[in-house]
Design a protein around this ligand. Structure first.
Ligand SMILES: CC(C)(COP(=O)(O)OP(=O)(O)OC[C@H]1O[C@@H](n2cnc3c(N)ncnc32)[C@H](O)[C@@H]1OP(=O)(O)O)[C@@H](O)C(=O)NCCC(=O)NCCS
Length: 102
């Protein structure tokens, strides 16, 4: 899990997450970890905006992001060439004012 590409002037950064073991998927760890890092980023670090992109072939990740409050900001159509197909990328973001700890 990483907060990356810090833009200090605008107090924004990116977010990425990967659980190392597929066997651990679906037990709530991704949601809990995302909530913890958002709380740290907004409440401790004082960031204003956190953004990410999720590919349309990843509904599990998108569900997690929507569940914690990320807002879909549009579609980057056919942004990725993957196994012979064009894949859309879905930018999502959350503002500090939208963060509501569970
Ligand atoms: C994305 C990832 C971090 C999620 O972590 P996780 O621990 O599996 O997620 P959780 O168990 O907290 O939550 C999964 C949620 O997705 C839902 N879900 C699972 N498969 C789904 C699907 N195909 N479509 C929609 N929702 C789905 C589950 O029901 C669960 O929702 P719920 O809490 O409402 O029941 C993890 O799967 C992962 O590391 N994936 C590989 C890397 C990756 O894709 N990173 C994101 C790149 S943008």
């Amino acid at each position: 899990m990483v907060l990356n590409d810090l833009d200090a002037v605008n107090r924004s950064c990116g977010f990425r997450i990967l659980l190392a073991r597929q066997a651990r998927y679906g037990h709530g760890f991704g949601t809990e970890a995302t909530r913890l890092i958002l709380d740290h980023a907004f409440c401790t670090v004082g960031l204003h905006r956190i953004e990410l992109e999720v590919y349309c072939f990843n509904p599990r990740a998108r569900h997690v992001y929507e569940q914690v409050g990320f807002v879909h900001e549009g579609t980057k159509r056919q942004a990725l060439r993957w196994e012979g197909r064009w894949i859309d990328a879905e930018p999502m973001a959350m503002l500090a004012s939208e963060w509501h700890p569970a």
